[in-house]
Ligand binder design. Structure first.
Ligand code: SF4
Ligand code: SF4
Length: 384
């Protein structure tokens, strides 16, 4: 596991140009330089030089980050801010009472048992698994269903309903959480534990694509491969080497909406509906959206202003910075409201919560807000 001092060169790469201020949703609300990458790097540089201590004040500013990655994408020095902040957070939190408390709730014992309980409880109503027509060419999809599906299974059910019409095999394994909540809280040991477990399952499975229904899970899973690329390449398992080379080509992961956009199908909605789309920060690419909506009959799409701006939720951020979180969510909700859409669609359950929070803060009646897969399941499905 890396230490903060391992990032000294990256922190020094920050030229203090301030460009990150123009894209950081938290800076836009607070105007506080400590809330954006530049200010955090000044503090962390002070820590590395021994001028500052990693104390509660610095931890407060480390927590004041959505991990949206907007600054990373904009930074001329190409600094991986989230990895640095997560490591600094780990070093802050490892000895505090609050950090130990959080570790307990995120432990395999507590979090793991809670998820196992939800899985067993849900199995009563769980949709059947899907195995394609073995007589025809059937695509094997390894389905990584995020933790939220264990608690709120509507997206999983919708996905299975739609995919049962396609010639695919949906492989389901006993995955753990992708680990994003543990990264954000600085619980890097727990993150490494779930990563190891999930990678073992992935490495021992024969599949064509890893299918996801959550942008945040997909982005975190991709991160596993970036950091383990070398060890996988060295693996004797040739199928893994094949998959790694496909990651470089960008083909290993596919989100459910992206997959459907590439199929020869139609979604027929009985009545005309107006929809808008919120792009989650963790969704790398939304090129699938227009082709997918073109497959839908009776749909009018209206793009909201700043459709790719953060929803302000980001799990722990909303708990630790409720006022800032609500302000960001409110602006997002107002932009969505302006479109007059009947449905706000997205691809991340945390964004669904952020949008609801925004409508509450704005005092406006919320339209229906859901994962795009849930929405598509309302339609009558037809081959083209
Ligand atoms: S954009 Fe990058 S180099 Fe510029 S101040 Fe922000 S973190 Fe530093
Ligand atoms: S990751 Fe997002 S919230 Fe955090 S400093 Fe960068 S732009 Fe701001």
């Amino acid at each position: 596991m890396k230490k903060l001092e391992d990032f000294a060169d990256d922190i020094n790469k920050c030229s203090k140009c301030g460009l990150c201020q123009s894209v950081c949703p938290v800076y836009k609300i607070t105007g506080n330089d400590c809330a954006v990458s530049r200010g955090k790097f000044v503090m962390l540089d002070g820590v590395l030089k021994g001028d500052l201590k990693l104390n509660k004040n610095i931890e407060k500013y480390l927590d004041m980050c959505l991990k949206c990655g907007k600054c990373k994408n904009f930074c001329p020095s190409n600094i991986d801010v989230c990895e640095i902040f997560n490591t600094a957070k780990y070093e802050c939190a490892k000895n505090t009472i609050q950090g130990k408390f959080e570790k307990f709730f995120e432990s395999k014992l507590f979090f793991g048992i809670f998820m196992k309980f939800m899985k067993i409880f849900r199995r009563i109503n769980s949709a059947a698994s899907i195995s394609g027509d073995s007589g025809k060419c059937c695509i094997k999809l390894l389905y990584f269903k995020g933790c939220v599906n264990n608690v709120y299974p509507k997206t999983e059910r919708a996905l299975k309903k739609i995919f049962s019409n396609l010639n695919v095999e949906l492989i389901e394994l006993d995955f753990d959480c992708c680990g994003l909540p543990f990264l954000s809280s600085g619980n890097l040991e727990r993150f490494e534990e779930v990563k190891k477990h999930n990678l073992e399952l992935i490495n021992n499975c024969d599949f064509a694509y890893i299918l996801t229904d959550c942008a945040s899970c997909e982005s975190t899973l991709k991160g596993y491969f970036n950091s383990t690329h070398k060890s996988l390449e060295e693996s004797k398992n040739t199928s893994i080497v094949r998959e790694v080379s496909r990651i470089d080509g960008g083909f290993l992961f596919v989100n459910a909406a992206e997959f459907l956009a590439g199929q020869n199908i139609k979604f027929k909605f009985k009545k005309p509906v107006k929809v808008t789309f919120h792009k989650p920060c963790h969704l790398e690419n939304d090129d699938f959206l227009k082709p997918l909506l073109e497959k839908c009959e009776n749909i009018e799409y209206v793009e909201m202003k700043d459709y790719d701006e953060c929803c302000g939720f980001a799990g722990e951020f909303a708990v630790k910075n409720p006022k800032i979180s609500r302000k960001i969510s409110k602006q997002k909700a107002l932009n969505a409201y302006e479109t007059g859409a009947d449905y706000i669609l997205t691809t991340c359950p945390a964004c669904v919560m952020g949008l609801h929070q925004g409508f509450l803060a704005a005092g406006k009646r919320a339209p229906k807000i859901m994962n795009i897969i849930e929405f598509l399941a309302f339609a009558e499905f037809a081959d083209k």
